[in-house]
Each structure stands twice: as structure tokens, then as C-alpha cells.
Design a protein around this ligand. Structure first.
Ligand SMILES: [Zn+2]
Length: 52
């Protein structure tokens, strides 16, 4: 399986609304702060996932 966000292969990712998310991306999503530089990237990536 491949992570829907970072595209790395992962064995033990979680399924989030039918998308595979690796543990490190899941952690990022849980912990990320709005002032984090990658915050908007993640928000944007997730929007893309469910729009496509
Ligand atoms: Zn990932």
C-alpha cells in the first residue's frame, strides 16, 4: 500500500475515509499547528485527496 499524502509505501498505515495514510503522516496531521510551514501543504493535499 502507498500513503496517499507522501506516497511512500507503508505496511501499517491507517485508513482515513478510504485513503491510506502512513503513521508519520497521521502523526503530522494530528500534531501539526497552523503556524507550521507545512500546514497548508497538508491541508491542501488532503483537500486534493477527497476532491479526486
Ligand atoms: Zn505518508
Amino acid at each position: 500500500m502507498h500513503c496517499s499524502i507522501c506516497h511512500h509505501s507503508c505496511m501499517d498505515g491507517i485508513m482515513l475515509l478510504e485513503k491510506q495514510i502512513c503513521p508519520s503522516c497521521e502523526q503530522k496531521l494530528v500534531c501539526i499547528k497552523a503556524e507550521d510551514q507545512s500546514y497548508f501543504y497538508y491541508v491542501w493535499r488532503i483537500k486534493q485527496l477527497w476532491l479526486n
